[in-house]
Design a protein around this ligand. Structure first.
Ligand SMILES: [Fe+2]
Length: 429
């Protein structure tokens, strides 16, 4: 099923509107500043999304003359580490906005003229989908930069829907084979392919992500001071980084406050915990007598339909995510409390697998059996085998275009500026 050109153009438009929202919210000084050494200045992300669009859609798919070949090296993520980017002779905010608009005009003209069945790069609109996802992924990164930015709040959104306390406990995922990954999703990236059968023993999985209240209990029980719960690597990191609580949490008397997009408020107990690193998630799981799921366990819980034996595109079926299914796309500026999306649950009763918080898994970043680079190794393959753990499911900051039951994300196990949380599993007793 090839999305038609109007749908593709609308998706490009939607991603650009979000980029504009995130970059128009602050002034030029703020755009060129570095809010954390972990992040690029927002103005770098702004021109970088245009530069990738130029490379792939204008030059490669369209075969057109370069717009600004002279700036390619500035916006090549492999040439300059994030911490070094503020010192580069970057386009200023006005130039960056002009540049990405110019590129977009050309890309839309290419879309008008190209035949979407001509070659693999454009089959099913893939190259356009890749650029939509790329911009949305940078929008999520920019949202994380906003979370790290000091100063007055500039972003607003409606609060997420209320939770449901009846959603608690664990769901049984029966043993047996299921199909992991995809061969057919037109905009799936190379690392989601190919589809392959994985056989798993039965396991129990938390029906919801671990909440702030659950995580606070781990802190209260002295979890950060007890090496029994931590791996050797995790404990070394906990000591060195002086970790005592999730990022953006602050003690206030006997309670916790957190800072979110410039606003400080008391913790919401039944909201999924966010801004924890892999090591913290792993330590919590051990303390709770459980462990983190493998990536395959997560995907089976999210996609496997026990009635048909088929793997669905999403936990609720094959329909694209709507506001009733999942907390995606920065519609809200926080994870939703547990139980807020009954319509998004899997057939086996597992909730909020998609949206809210990225979920750490215990799996190292790798290619599936039969992996083939498409269309370039720098998207995923160069990271295989590195010090990365897989995260699944997307967060409140992930757009639906860049989120599927098969979508895979990865990051260093110490990172927690991302919208990362987790849930636990355990073997059947
Ligand atoms: Fe990028």
């Amino acid at each position: 099923m090839t999305p038609d050109k109007n749908v593709i153009a609308a998706e490009l438009e939607r991603s650009r509107a979000r980029t504009a929202l995130l970059t128009d919210a602050v002034d030029d000084d703020d755009l060129v500043q570095q809010h954390s050494p972990l992040m690029s200045p927002l103005v770098w992300d702004l021109a970088h999304v245009g530069n990738q669009e130029e490379l792939w859609l204008v030059r490669d798919v369209g075969g057109r003359e370069p717009v600004r070949q002279d700036i390619d090296h500035l916006y090549d993520a492999f040439k300059h580490a994030r911490r070094d980017r503020p010192a580069l002779p970057l386009l200023d905010p006005a130039e960056a906005r002009r540049y990405i608009a110019q590129v977009r005009d050309k890309a839309l003209d290419v879309l008008d003229r190209v035949r979407l069945d001509e070659r693999p790069l454009v089959a099913g609109g893939f190259a356009f989908g890749m650029i939509v996802q790329h911009e949305q992924q940078h929008d999520e990164t920019m949202l994380a930069t906003h979370q790290l930015r000091a100063g007055e709040p500039v972003l607003t959104a409606a609060p997420p829907p209320p939770g449901d306390r009846r959603v608690r406990g664990e769901a049984l995922i029966p043993g047996g084979p299921f199909t992991m990954g995809t061969d057919t999703d037109p905009w799936a990236l190379d690392n989601e392919r190919p589809a392959h059968v994985v056989d798993l023993p039965a396991f129990l999985i938390d029906v919801a992500p671990v909440t702030n209240a659950g995580y606070a209990a781990f802190i209260d029980a002295g979890g950060y001071d007890d090496p029994r719960w931590w791996s050797a690597k995790g404990w070394a990191h906990r000591q060195e980084a002086g970790l005592t609580a999730p990022l953006h949490w602050f003690p206030d008397g006997g309670a916790w406050l957190y800072r979110r997009f410039g606003r400080v408020s008391p913790l919401i107990p039944d909201e999924p915990v966010v801004h924890v690193c892999f090591h913290e998630a792993e330590a919590y799981a051990k303390w709770a007598g459980k462990r983190l799921p493998t990536e395959a366990e997560w995907e089976k819980a999210a996609r496997w339909d026990p009635e048909t034996g088929r793997s669905r595109r999403y936990p609720w079926g094959d329909d694209p995510p709507g506001p009733q299914h999942a907390n995606l796309g920065q519609r809200h500026l926080a994870p939703a409390p547990v139980g807020a999306y009954p319509a998004g649950a899997s057939p086996l009763g597992v909730h909020q697998l998609i949206g809210d918080v990225w979920e750490w898994t215990s799996t190292d970043w790798h290619g599936y059996p039969g992996f083939r680079v498409f269309p370039y190794a720098e998207y995923s393959e160069v990271f295989f085998g590195g010090d990365y753990k897989v995260l699944r499911g997307g967060s409140f900051g992930t757009d639906a275009a860049a989120c599927r039951g098969t979508f895979r994300n990865w990051d260093h196990p110490v990172r927690r500026q991302i919208f990362s949380g987790f849930r636990c599993v355990r073997e059947l007793a």
